[in-house]
Design a protein around this ligand. Structure first.
Ligand code: AMP
Length: 282
């Protein structure tokens, strides 16, 4: 696996691949601290593309001033080993100045309305940072497909809208949430949890499970589904709800009635760690 640090190198590599007919490039954008969730995206890219690039970049513009940019877990050597073992051809690991040559005055990409929903409501500017860095990566790598985890479902809505609005040709592929055996959705931020908090964190997946079970029994009313999710949190007062929402997955607008494809999403603080989980209802 090659490690590339500059946009020029990445673009040269991508264009060389595309110069030979029949090749396809898959991009897996990550912030590193790779786990089995990231590995599943790399594998999905490996299956559907002839070449795979994993980007590893802790993107400063998607963190708020009080958030964990500085202490976000970084494990470069381990990440290289995992990406190589999963079959990535290239790891793209640029410095901040490489992706933001304009420094603090860089051009930013704003997706209206969607950016203020769900995580965007609690984390102002977060989705502007996400849309900006994903646009940069798509423009730099020119991949045929980019692979994202359903774990960050609101992010997918933002990225889909951004790529459509900016006329980017990359297909956005969504991969299922990878969970630990007890149901906790894998996240780089799980590393922050103490063992007691790790148990408390299961409240999120329990809430998701309650809602999925009710839907399987035929319940469709948002009021009932949301009440059931709140019920899951009532037994764990140490976990502070950020949001519990039932929304249209493309607009992120709240819905009254769940239909196939409706997004149920939850975010909560366990100690100071903010975790998210969700399900696409059927
Ligand atoms: P991150 O490094 O947290 O920015 O995540 C990079 C990509 O991995 C995003 O598309 C995430 O949605 C995806 N991802 C993170 N956790 C999981 C998981 N548990 N299952 C599947 N994909 C995930």
């Amino acid at each position: 696996m090659q490690i590339l640090r500059t946009v020029a190198e990445l673009r040269r590599w991508s264009r060389a691949i595309h110069a030979s007919g029949g090749n396809t490039l898959g991009l897996v954008p990550t912030m590193g601290a790779l786990h089995a969730g990231h590995a599943s995206l790399i594998r999905a890219a490996r299956v559907s593309c002839t070449h795979v690039v994993v980007s590893l970049f802790v993107n400063p513009t998607q963190f708020g001033p009080e958030e964990d940019f500085v202490r976000y877990p970084r494990a470069f050597e381990v990440d290289c080993a995992l990406a190589a073992a999963e079959g990535a051809d290239v790891l793209f690991a640029p410095k901040v100045e490489e992706l933001y040559p304009g420094g603090p005055d860089s051009t930013l990409v704003e997706v209206p309305r969607l950016s203020e929903r769900l995580d965007g409501q609690t984390r102002p500017g977060h989705f502007r940072g996400v849309a900006t860095v994903v646009a940069k990566l798509l423009i730099a790598a020119e991949p045929d497909r980019a692979f994202f985890g359903q774990k960050d479902a609101a992010q997918i809505a933002v990225v889909r809208r951004m790529t459509a609005d900016l006329l980017l040709a990359t297909e956005i592929v969504v991969c299922p949430i990878v969970r630990d055996a007890d149901g906790l959705a894998l996240s780089s931020r799980n590393a922050y949890l103490t063992s007691a908090q790790r148990t408390q964190a299961l409240t999120l997946s329990r809430a998701v499970h309650h809602v999925e079970s009710l839907v399987a029994q035929g319940e469709r009313r948002a009021s009932m589904l949301l009440a059931s999710a709140h019920g899951a949190f009532a037994t764990e007062p140490k976990v502070r709800i950020d949001y519990i929402a039932l929304v249209d997955w493309s607009t992120l607008d709240p819905v009254e009635t769940a239909v196939p494809g409706t997004l149920f999403a939850v975010a909560a603080y366990v100690g100071s760690t903010r975790l998210i989980d969700n399900a696409i209802l059927n």
